[in-house]
Design a protein around this ligand. Structure first.
Ligand code: PAF
Length: 279
């Protein structure tokens, strides 16, 4: 696996591969890699001849008082995992390689970026859309893979790519879960052993709510019940919503393709999860 930190070197290597006819798949990450990230790399290898991974803890997607400074940085372990998974190239830029000090341009996907996690974390999805757009422009990959765990992020990126005619195929990859059902996340490392046990109830609550939707119970009751159960378990929920999977609008009776979205704080850790299903 080659490792580069400059935009020009990254571009040069990818362009050379593409000139020989190789397809390039891109997996953007913020590092502290877990099995969910490795699944993205494994999937990427099945879909393209070359796999490029970036590790960049993007400052613009963290709000004031969030965990940018304490976000886990585990570069040596990450490099070993990526080499073992068969990545071809790791892009490890510094903040100054990505953002000019006087940068004036932000990519913002209106509507989708200010609901749910966007309401709880103002500016977060503008930071995500801007850095992903920049990484796409730097690499010009053929396809890019994102975890479905960050369902709203995936919706923001798909919309950005469509609206800006960015020629990159976006592939969503299923969430990897611990045996308890807890979705894998770099932020799970913040949880104490006791919190980790409680955290598994997030997925259980989603499963119960999905069953209640399929049984035809009223959506408002399901959302209220889920919020109360999470509170009783010790979470401080940000939201629990039954939505249309296509555009995250509130589900109506006639909608068949649904997603349940949840975000909740447990101690100092903010967890998100979702379930996609049809009825
Ligand atoms: O999902 C993440 O890790 C980040 O939001 C991403 C897509 C790498 C952009 O910084």
């Amino acid at each position: 696996m080659q490792i580069v930190s400059t935009v020009s070197e990254c571009r040069r290597l990818i362009k050379a591969w593409q000139l020989t006819g190789d397809r390039v798949a891109f997996v953007p990450t913020m590092g502290n890699l877990h099995d969910g990230h490795i699944k993205l790399v494994t999937e990427a290898k099945q879909q393209a001849e070359r796999v490029v991974v970036s590790i960049f803890v993007n400052p613009t997607q963290f709000g004031p008082g969030e965990d940018f400074d304490s976000y886990p940085r585990t570069e040596a372990e990450d490099q070993a995992k990526l080499a073992a998974a068969g990545a071809d190239l790791l892009f490890l830029p510094a903040v100054t390689d990505i953002y000019a000090p006087d940068a004036k341009t932000t990519v913002s996907v209106s509507g989708l970026s200010t609901i749910y996690c966007g309401a709880a974390r103002p500016g977060h999805f503008d930071g995500v859309a801007t850095v992903v757009c920049k990484l796409f422009n730097i690499m010009q990959p053929d396809l890019a893979l994102f975890g479905r765990k960050d369902f709203q992020q995936l919706a923001v990126i798909r919309t950005m790519v469509r609206d800006l005619n960015i020629p990159v195929d976006i592939i969503g990859v299923d969430t990897v879960r611990e045996a308890s059902g807890l979705a894998m996340s770099s932020r799970n490392g913040y949880l104490s052993a006791e919190e980790k046990q409680i955290a598994a109830q997030l997925y259980q609550t989603l499963c119960h709510a999905r069953d209640a939707v399929l049984a035809g119970q009223p959506v408002a009751d399901i959302e209220q019940h889920a919020l109360s159960s999470l509170q009783a378990a010790g979470f401080a929920p940000d939201y629990f919503a039954v939505c249309r999977s296509q555009d995250l609008a509130k589900a109506r009776a006639e909608d068949t393709e649904l997603v349940l979205l949840v975000a909740a704080r447990l101690g100092k850790t903010r967890l998100i999860d979702n379930i996609v299903f049809s009825r």
